[in-house]
Every structure is written in structure tokens, then in C-alpha cells.
Design a binder for this molecule. Structure first.
Ligand code: NAD
Length: 360
């Protein structure tokens, strides 16, 4: 098959890590008989330098025309870059928000997986880490508190701020369907996380998720309150398969789940729309402090490309091949500097890409 991928390297380490993901995709293409065509697009700081804005209409159109989008990262040094002291809509990160909106991406998935070989980086107690964990956090991305009406005003002489949390049943249904579909590709369990003991929006969330669950009798549904979920993530993370939740709860829980894996350079992510078009990117940023030194860990981006194979192209065997190649390289003792430990072999960004590609 032929696939057209829009590639947005972005800023900082973006070009270095995206190069390695392409290398791995090309090897997958060779082995499994697919052709991946790439269209390189500019977004973020580099687009500001070239076109004056972080995302042009033409770039967005090209991204829309593609089968899927692979992104590195955007942004410069926080507080100390030429893109920092400018209007919010002209900052590199504005490109990210604009492309998410423009592509209609409403579901974000972040896996949290503890590699056997990296258990020492896990900040949890050894007996909990020994159990391992393998979950994805599916977070609603375009509704809820972050997109509701807000204002600050003086009420009876007291400054008062209001944020509104709104969800309609359609917004909940479409992400619930994504959550159950993804659970079907995994261990078939959805934990829907809400605050239904307090919030109306959570009660509606719970009701709609239960309705959707009826169409997936092979998937187990469990409801959990968000405060309990935050505790369970550090007490017994092995229990989770797919955590399905709204925007703000997902924002917080996905960072918590990432933290317990202990290694930022390993964390992939995907944002999905109602079509097969998705945007795949590492969870980390552009790491300007290490850009251009060939030391960045490309694995998060390579694993994001694997998610693209699985979720946008339905190429599950190919995605498995990439994930297994990563595991193999780690078990052979190769490490980039961020995950280095005693007795392991330190390699640079390009070498890590070569090793993973070679094991496809
Ligand atoms: P960051 O994730 O870029 O870096 C945090 C720390 O982790 C740094 O020390 C960095 O060197 C290290 N790190 C990150 N990725 C790594 C990798 N692959 N290999 C090895 N080490 C890695 O976060 P930050 O420093 O807060 O932000 C830097 C810039 O990235 C900012 O401009 C920020 O706005 C932007 N950002 C972009 C995205 C995105 O494009 N999706 C996400 C987060 C931050």
C-alpha cells in the first residue's frame, strides 16, 4: 500500500528525532511492502522565521490532504528565545493548537508502558514496578473546562473568576467510541474516569459511556472517580488498560502516568479525529538544551510512528514489529544518554535509529 505522510520536524531536536522515525518507517515499508511518501512541512519557530506565522493556511491544507501527520516538536528556550516575547498567536506553540483544531483532533492517546529494562528509572516502589504496567490514557482534547466560557470580574467588591465545564453527549460519545475501539486492539478493558459524585458533566459522561459500552460487550467497563484514579496510578498501575477521561482530568492523569514510567524520551502520543487522519508526536517538547548534539532519544518519536501504523493505517503487525525492535535494542543494552545506566552501551540519536531499523 501507499501512504502519504505529512512530516513536520519543527524546532530544537525535532528534525533529529523525526529523521530517525522516517528511517524506521522506511525499513517497515521495505520489509512489509509498503511505500511511505513524505511531504515535509514547516510549523512552529521555523515557520515563524520563514513565513512570519507558526502555521500557514497552506501548511494546514497540506496536512489535511495527507493520510496522517508525524510531528517532532515545536518551540524554543522558554523565556529566552526570539519567539518568546511575542503575541500568543505568534508563538511556536500556537501552531500546535491551530493544527489540532484545524484537523479536528478531539482524542489524545498517551501510552504509559514500563519497559522491563528501564524498571530502575521507575520512581515507584520496586514491588510495584516489578508487576510492570501497560496502559493508555485517552483524553478528550477539545471540550470541557479549557474551552468553556471564562471571565473574571468584581462581584460585591470581591474579585471573582469563573470557568465553565461543558460537555454535550455527542462530544462524550465520539471519544467513548474511540476508547472502546482502542481497548479492542489491546486487553479489552476501559476505565472511565470522572467525578460523578459531584459534577453534572461527569454524570452525563458516565451515562453516555455506559450506553456506548453496550455496543462493545467484549470490552469490560469500569468507572472510577478521578481522585481514586490518581491514587491507583501509583498504587497499582498494572490494573489499567485504557483510561478514558475528559480534558482536564486527562491532562493531569496523563502527566502522572508518564512520570511513573520515569523516562520522558520514551513517551509517544497520538491525537485522533473522526476520520483515520491523526497527528502523532512524542510527549516531550523540543528540548532546545540538547538540540543539534546527536544525543536526543528518538524512541518516543519512533513509537509515535508505530502508533500511526496501528491507528491510522490499521497495520498492527507492522506496529508490533517496531515496538518489538525497540524492546530488543533495549534488551541488548543500548541506551541514549537520558536512559543510560551502568554497564549499558551509550549511543547517539542516529545510532539508536539505525539499531531499531536494523531489528525490524
Ligand atoms: P522538553 O520536553 O522539551 O524538555 C524537558 C527536559 O527533558 C529537557 O532537559 C530535555 O533535554 C529533556 N528531553 C526532552 N525530550 C528528550 C529526548 N527525546 N531525549 C532526551 N532528553 C529529552 O520541555 P521544556 O524544556 O519545558 O520545553 C522546551 C520547548 O518545547 C518549549 O518551547 C515548549 O513550549 C516546547 N514544547 C513543545 C511541545 C510540543 O511540540 N508538543 C510539548 C512540550 C513542550
Amino acid at each position: 500500500m501507499n501512504y502519504n505522510i505529512a512530516v513536520i520536524p519543527g524546532d530544537g531536536i525535532g528534525p533529529e528525532i523525526v529523521r530517525e522515525a522516517r528511517k524506521v518507517l522506511d525499513r517497515v515499508g521495505k520489509k512489509f511492502g509498503h511505500t511511505f511518501n513524505y511531504k515535509e512541512l514547516l510549523m512552529g519557530g521555523i515557520s515563524i522565521d520563514t513565513y512570519g506565522v507558526p502555521l500557514t493556511d497552506e501548511t494546514l491544507l497540506e496536512a489535511k490532504k495527507s493520510d496522517s501527520v508525524l510531528l517532532g516538536a515545536v518551540g524554543g528556550n522558554v523565556g529566552n528565545s526570539r519567539w518568546y516575547d511575542v503575541a500568543p498567536n505568534l508563538r511556536p506553540e500556537a501552531g500546535l493548537l491551530a493544527i489540532r483544531k484545524g484537523l479536528g483532533l478531539f482524542a489524545n492517546i498517551r501510552p504509559a508502558y514500563l519497559y522491563e529494562e528501564l524498571k530502575d528509572s521507575c520512581p515507584l516502589k520496586a514491588e510495584i514496578a516489578a508487576e510492570g504496567f501497560d496502559m493508555v490514557i485517552m483524553r478528550e482534547l477539545t471540550g470541557g473546562l479549557y474551552f468553556g466560557e471564562r471571565h473574571t470580574s468584581e462581584v460585591n467588591g470581591v474579585m471573582t473568576a469563573v470557568d465553565t465545564l461543558t460537555y454535550n453527549e455527542e462530544e462524550i460519545r465520539r471519544i467513548a467510541i474511540k476508547g472502546f475501539e482502542i481497548a479492542r486492539k489491546r486487553r479489552k478493558k476501559v476505565t472511565s474516569v470522572d467525578k460523578a459524585n459531584v459534577l453534572d458533566s461527569s454524570r452525563l459522561w458516565r451515562k453516555v459511556v455506559a450506553e456506548v459500552a453496550k455496543d462493545y460487550p467484549d470490552v469490560t467497563l469500569e468507572n472510577m472517580l478521578v481522585d481514586n484514579c490518581a491514587m491507583q496510578l501509583v498504587k497499582d498501575p498494572a490494573q489499567f488498560d485504557v483510561i478514558l477521561t475528559e480534558n482536564m482530568f486527562g491532562d493531569i492523569l496523563s502527566d502522572e502516568a508518564s512520570m511513573v514510567t520515569g523516562s520522558i524520551g520514551m513517551l509517544s502520543s497520538a491525537s485522533l479525529s473522526s476520520s483515520k487522519l491523526g497527528l502523532y508526536e512524542p510527549s516531550h517538547g523540543s528540548a532546545p538544551d540538547i538540540a543539534g548534539q546527536n544525543i536526543a532519544n528518538p524512541i518516543a518519536t519512533i513509537l509515535s510512528a508505530a502508533m500511526m501504523l496501528r491507528y491510522s493505517f490499521d497495520l498492527d503487525a507492522e506496529a508490533d514489529a517496531v515496538e518489538n525492535a525497540v524492546k530488543q535494542v533495549l534488551s541488548e543494552g543500548y541506551r541514549t544518554v537520558d536512559i543510560m545506566s551502568e554497564g549499558m552501551t551509550k549511543v547517539g540519536t542516529d545510532k539508536m535509529g539505525d539499531l531499531i531499523a536494523d531489528r525490524i
